[in-house]
Design a protein around this ligand. Structure first.
Ligand SMILES: *[C@@H]1O[C@H](CO)[C@@H](O)[C@H](O)[C@H]1NC(C)=O
Ligand SMILES: *[C@@H]1O[C@H](CO)[C@@H](O)[C@H](O)[C@H]1NC(C)=O
Ligand SMILES: *[C@@H]1O[C@H](CO)[C@@H](O)[C@H](O)[C@H]1NC(C)=O
Ligand SMILES: *[C@@H]1O[C@H](CO)[C@@H](O)[C@H](O)[C@H]1NC(C)=O
Length: 395
């Protein structure tokens, strides 16, 4: 959307004052000594497959495009965090749970688990909400991180020094919370009332990381779930009004995620005020993806952005009883022509688009490569607005 982009660039030029504190020849590699990431299947690089070796993501064609074998990524190749690691000259992050083989974690670790929720399983059990996929939450992932720390740095001051040079990716997470509530029969209106709880779980994870010495954090918003083949299939409606006529996405689902993202940005502003010395970057996965959904052909996704590459038929090539990676599912000839990989996740090409948008901008403020530099203390963060009306967040 042209309006959105020009507003953002205006903000960038008006408010972003940077002082170079970095004197290397390559402005990108050397920024960070390590990356620590948290989240769900958009970020997982092998934890869930290690925990559940019979998951469908452990089968061909997962991984076929880049690694040429399944790795536990919910993609045909790399995911956003892989592209971020490459951009900073760091190795691919080892999945934390699969590290019993003594792999070197000094360049960081990935705690994300496919199927993970923000809110912990015990809280859901209390509310009599079942159908937990992974039974692992963001809260658990933060505990794993705390448990790992003593092996990385010996003293509290040593840890702060080490973590000062680390980049933290906290999310995306929350999509599984909403999907789970929906599968428990909650209406979208009722799910909306739960958004603040999901968001505050994310910001308290951010708070804990800052307490332990994190200085640069990237917190992504949620993707437009109403555009996913899986949601378009289980949320199918006979009422044309329920679909966005520009993209074909389900409006109410996208409004839910817009509301989540608005709330998240408001909470991140609060964190920035509390910790002015810490750089907290909001990564706008939502609008990065919406740009593709509005004109997939322009970005090379000639088979469109809605239908899955790997699936088993139906209007969006998605059927929850015949998932990609099971033997009845079929795989498209060329995943690079699709945005959607398996119904619920982007292809490597989709991940790459999002990664580029947050690494170099404009869908992250400041772009992730910037904090290698130092931000002026009066920097003003923009809000990434959405068109949401019915779920307008009050500021
Ligand atoms: C592991 O994955 C398989 C296949 O998706 C599933 O049927 C099974 O319930 C999972 N096990 C656990 C413990 O989650
Ligand atoms: C989730 O895991 C905890 C222990 O880690 C266990 O007590 C609980 O019963 C599990 N819940 C589900 C729904 O599997
Ligand atoms: C799309 O829907 C909006 C209202 O939701 C309407 O104003 C517009 O004319 C529609 N465009 C097309 C091409 O149908
Ligand atoms: C999904 O797959 C199952 C098993 O093959 C089949 O019985 C069902 O009709 C399919 N559903 C749709 C909507 O195609």
């Amino acid at each position: 959307m042209a309006f959105f982009s020009s507003t953002l660039f205006f903000n960038l030029h008006l408010f972003l004052t940077i002082f170079l504190s970095f004197s290397g020849t390559d402005p990108v590699s050397g920024c960070y000594n390590s990356i620590f990431s948290f989240g769900d299947s958009l970020t997982d690089t092998g934890n869930w497959l290690y925990i559940n070796s019979s998951s469908n993501i452990g089968n061909f064609p997962y991984g076929e495009t880049f690694f040429h074998h399944p790795t536990g990524r919910s993609s045909d190749g790399r995911v956003v965090v892989d592209f971020i690691a490459q951009a900073f000259g760091l190795p691919f992050l080892p999945p934390y749970r699969a590290c019993s083989d003594g792999r070197d974690l000094r360049h960081g670790a990935n705690f994300a688990v496919a199927g993970a929720t923000a809110i912990d399983a015990a809280s859901y059990e209390e509310k009599k909400i079942g159908g937990v996929v992974a039974n692992i939450s963001l809260v658990d992932q933060i505990e794993w991180f705390k448990g790992l720390l003593p092996s990385l740095c010996l003293s509290s001051s040593g840890c702060r020094k080490f973590l000062r040079g680390s980049l933290f990716l906290v999310g995306e997470i929350g999509g599984n919370d909403y999907a789970q509530l929906f599968s428990n029969g909650w209406s979208l209106e009722k799910i909306q009332t739960f958004v603040p709880q999901v968001v505050s779980t994310i910001t308290s994870a951010v708070d804990t990381l800052i307490e332990h010495g994190a200085m640069t954090l990237v917190v992504p918003g949620g993707l437009p779930l109403g555009c996913f083949a899986s949601v378009l299939t289980f949320g199918a409606s006979l009422n044309k009004e329920d679909y966005d006529n520009e993209t074909g996405c389900l409006k109410r689902w996208n409004e839910l995620l817009q509301y989540h993202n608005d709330r998240l940005q408001i909470e991140l502003d609060r964190m920035r005020n509390l910790h002015p010395h810490v750089i907290i970057i909001y990564a706008d996965y939502y609008n990065s993806a919406m740009r593709i959904y509005r004109s997939p052909l322009q970005f090379g996704f000639s088979k469109g952005a809605l239908s899955a590459c790997c699936g088993s038929g139906g209007p969006y090539n998605y059927n929850s009883s015949v998932l990609c990676g099971t033997h009845e599912a079929r795989i498209c000839n060329d995943p690079s022509l699709y945005w959607n990989w398996d119904g619920s996740h982007p292809t490597e090409g989709g991940h790459r688009m999002i990664a580029d948008d947050v690494i170099s901008g404009p869908y992250a403020f400041p772009p992730i490569t910037c904090p290698c530099l130092q931000l002026a203390s009066h920097v003003k963060y923009p809000h990434y607005h959405t068109k949401s009306q019915s779920f307008r967040a009050s500021v």
